[in-house]
Design a protein around this ligand. Structure first.
Ligand SMILES: [Zn+2]
Length: 451
């Protein structure tokens, strides 16, 4: 009798969400099967893949703002398509976006305050767009996921999760947004943004290699791996994905020591902690946000969960990766830390994201270049500073790709050489890097004006 009452009650309450199913990949191909599973959060009777959190559509032009929801519920209310059809990619993305969101909610994510537009089946011209990205779509944070060389990135859970986490992290903290400070563009923020997106994608799928399927589009084994030996800041090259490697590598190491549950919570909470530290302490005092702020938050959150003595290993890992030391200081010679920074007072020349390396496009109409170097006065040897220029790709410090090298204080003659080289590179994107070959400490301020 009791049972009967129970079932009556159940049937009497109308379900707010349908139990629509979709045909989807159980994981990332090729290591998965095709399954029928519930598409969560769809409103009852939904005709398309729109929920309060997501609207998934296919791009119908060369612009990801233009598209159409192709997947339609069949008469039973289900989304039953097969790979090869664009509708399948919509359902697959919808399914995995929701599952990743549920994973993040289990850590404390409160949900989206807007419906996230998700553009899939987007075929840009080769090299025109990244494989996938989080960006503004119709005035709201959204995602675009491309098809490149016939590889549909909407099939790659790690890529979907990485990009979605960029939107989630924006709801937790604004520190990771692009911003300038007195050292120029703050690439530490961007490095943390990329590395935590990689971390959660990897932890969620339980695989340290990000984008193993999607990377086929560029004939690579993966887009990044958390099994890396990167150390901060020696391996920083001024590109946020690369610069985040030491962080994601450390987080993965922590996960292998303390387990996913503890470290997932740690990373999630640490993002909230740096937001509070930034808003309450750093910003009012015009202090610079550094990777070490995040690393200290990580250590504290581990300590809170496992206790002081068991957290020693975490400290060792973070120290070994160089993350607890002040960031944006490049040790340009062994056992020395030398800071090189870019004055970004004039962002029109296009400084992007580095304290040790500048990337910019030489204006088509550039007529003149003025370079000023100054040091902090602690040591005074500018004579050992070398300047490297390279077209189109970052400069790695152990690489001899220099086309310009100055071994003494920049003289008028050097400036003439530099100017002529820069003017020959009009319209090109170049990387400029400063390397101190001396063993003494040197804190260098760099200002470049292209006129
Ligand atoms: Zn990213």
């Amino acid at each position: 009798m009791k049972k009967l009452v129970f079932s009556l009650i159940l049937y009497a309450i109308p379900s707010l969400c349908s139990a629509a199913t979709g045909r989807v990949f159980s994981g990332t191909p090729p290591n998965c099967s095709i399954i029928l599973d519930e598409l969560s959060d769809l409103p009852k009777g939904a005709k398309h893949l729109s929920s309060p959190s997501f609207k998934v559509y296919s791009v119908t032009a060369k612009d990801f703002n233009q598209g159409k929801q192709l997947a339609k519920a069949n008469p039973s209310g289900n989304f039953d398509y097969f790979p090869g059809n664009p509708e399948f990619a919509e359902a697959n993305a919808y399914y995995h976006l929701n599952r990743f969101t549920d994973f993040m909610k289990s850590l404390g994510f409160k949900g989206f305050s807007h419906q996230v537009p998700v553009a899939v089946n987007f075929r840009p011209n080769p090299g025109e767009f990244p494989l996938a990205g989080a960006t503004d779509i119709g005035g709201k944070p959204g995602l675009f996921i491309t098809i490149q060389n016939d590889i549909n990135l909407a099939f790659d859970i790690a890529i979907i999760s990485h990009e979605l986490f960029h939107i989630i992290q924006g709801t937790i903290t604004r520190v990771l947004d692009f911003h300038f400070d007195k050292l120029g563009a703050n690439n530490s923020s961007l490095a943390i943004a990329e590395s935590t997106a990689d971390y959660f994608a990897a932890s969620y799928i339980g695989n340290p290699n990000i984008g193993e399927y999607g990377a086929k589009a560029i004939q690579a084994p993966y887009l990044s791996t958390l099994l890396n030996g990167a150390r901060h800041p020696i391996h920083r090259i001024g590109q946020s994905h690369f610069d985040g490697q030491a962080i994601s590598g450390a987080l993965w190491e922590l996960r292998s020591v303390y387990g996913a549950k503890i470290v997932d919570l740690t990373v999630f909470r640490s993002l909230g902690d740096i937001e509070r530290e930034y808003v309450e302490v750093l910003k009012p005092n015009k202090e610079i946000f550094r990777i070490s702020h995040f690393a200290r938050a990580v250590l504290l959150n581990i300590k809170n969960q496992v206790g002081e003595s068991r957290s020693e290993m975490a400290k060792e890992i973070l120290l070994d990766r160089g993350l607890l030391m002040d960031s944006r200081i490049a040790p340009l010679s062994p056992n020395r830390e030398n800071e090189v920074w870019v004055n970004a007072a004039d962002p029109t020349i296009g400084y992007s994201s580095s304290s040790i390396q500048m990337k910019f496009r030489v204006p088509q109409n550039a007529e003149d270049a003025v370079l000023n170097l100054s040091h902090d006065g602690n040591s005074s040897d500018l004579s050992k500073v070398k300047l490297y220029l390279k077209v189109d790709e970052p400069i790695l410090f152990n690489e001899d790709g220099s086309i310009a090298s100055f071994t003494h204080e920049f003289s008028a003659a050097d400036m003439i050489i530099l100017k002529s080289q820069l003017l020959q590179l009009r319209g090109k994107e170049i990387f400029m890097s400063f390397l101190n070959t001396d063993s003494s400490e040197l804190q260098l301020t760099v200002q470049l004006h292209l006129k």
